[in-house]
Design a binder for this molecule. Structure first.
Ligand code: PEP
Ligand code: MN
Length: 338
């Protein structure tokens, strides 16, 4: 259930609602919107008649059921959409946020060259994996702690906030100390222990869709983070498994309008993992922005032919600069900017 407060409800009136919601055995989450505050009541449906009576309280506009299985992610809670701030960059606002950089941090010079190149082309954030979730245990696993430091340093030198993956609950603290946005990879999309822990920190989370996760399950995964108290979640579609073999994954761009309709969370597209082929990255990035994506996650490597992971899908810097030039008019055509 959600309790929608009147536009001019006072803090005391909102406080009284929160108290009554908690007395009824529900968790109360205050969602402060531009026009009004909504109190989301999360818990078992049993006590919901008691909540209906809150309509009588001063300052309350209405009490409504949330019909979908996800409660805190629901668009009804925040009709104008959530804006997530990561290191000074706003995701979900008018700007299309481009996060770019190598698949993995391989060395100081490699990540710094990538950072400088993507910054020069107009990217807003630097990406790079220090802990790499590889399909094979014999493949390069990432530089781990050293990688985190190199990524942080490159971001600072280039003037870009950084996003990197966290794979394990034990690593959350140290990864969070060196980045602005914590990524949960496709292989951990339903690692509920990890998601719950990320719900307890004060840093935004970029949650990727699992390769076999339905959109409803994807949003329920986000709900784990939200319900544990962290409301700064960005969703990322990165391609799903289908029968198609021409591409590494099938990039599901319908995820953008569906997730926008269902939820208030920003939606980002990763056309690099979504296609697995560098020549397909630009067309799908343009299509993603045309479909309403709030951002892009793109792999860029100074020398893709020497990359230790995902070489075939990484853009060389000149091609990334071409992508950024092609993107500007598309963003403008849908009322956004870079
Ligand atoms: C990544 O972005 O570094 C990554 C490993 O992607 P995914 O989890 O989508 O495979
Ligand atoms: Mn990769």
């Amino acid at each position: 259930m959600i309790v929608v407060m009147k536009a001019h409800a006072t803090p005391d009136q909102i406080g009284a609602v929160v108290t009554r919601v908690e007395q009824a055995g529900f968790q109360a989450h205050r969602i402060v919107g531009v026009e009004r505050t909504v109190v989301a009541c999360v818990g078992e449906e049993r006590g919901k008649d008691e909540l209906q009576q809150l309509e009588q309280l001063p300052g309350v506009d209405s009490v409504m059921p949330v019909l979908r299985p996800f409660k805190l992610a629901s668009r009804e809670l925040h009709p104008e959409g959530t804006r997530v701030r990561a290191g000074g960059v706003e995701i979900g606002g008018p700007r299309v946020v481009v996060m770019a950089g190598p698949c993995a941090v391989e060395s100081g010079p490699q990540v710094l060259a990538a950072a400088r190149a993507v910054k020069a082309a107009g990217a807003h954030m630097l990406r790079g994996g220090a802990f790499k979730p590889r399909t094979s245990p014999y493949s390069f696993q990432g530089l781990e702690d050293e990688g985190l430091l190199l990524l942080e340093r490159a971001g600072r030198e280039a003037g870009l906030p950084v996003v990197t993956e966290v794979m394990d609950t034990h690593d959350i603290e140290r990864v969070a100390a060196h980045c602005d946005l914590l990524q949960v990879g496709a292989r951990n999309a339903q690692n509920f222990a990890l998601l719950r822990q990320l719900g307890k920190i004060d840093k935004p989370v970029l949650l990727k869709r699992g390769m076999s996760t339905r959109l409803e399950e994807f949003v329920m995964a986000a709900e784990y983070v939200l319900s544990a108290g962290n409301h700064q979640v960005v969703l990322c579609e990165r391609g799903i498994r289908t029968f198609e073999t021409a591409t590494r994954n099938t990039l599901d761009l319908t995820a953008v309008p569906v997730l926008k309709e269902w939820t208030h969370l920003p939606v980002v597209i990763d056309p690099s993992h979504g296609t697995g082929v560098w020549s397909l990255v630009t067309p799908m990035a343009l299509a993603a922005v045309a479909a309403g994506a709030d951002g892009l996650l793109i792999e860029v490597h100074p020398q893709p032919e020497q990359a230790l992971s995902d070489g075939p899908q990484q853009l060389r810097p000149s091609r990334f600069a071409d992508l950024m030039r092609a993107l500007a008019p598309v963003a403008e055509a849908v009322g956004r900017r870079l």
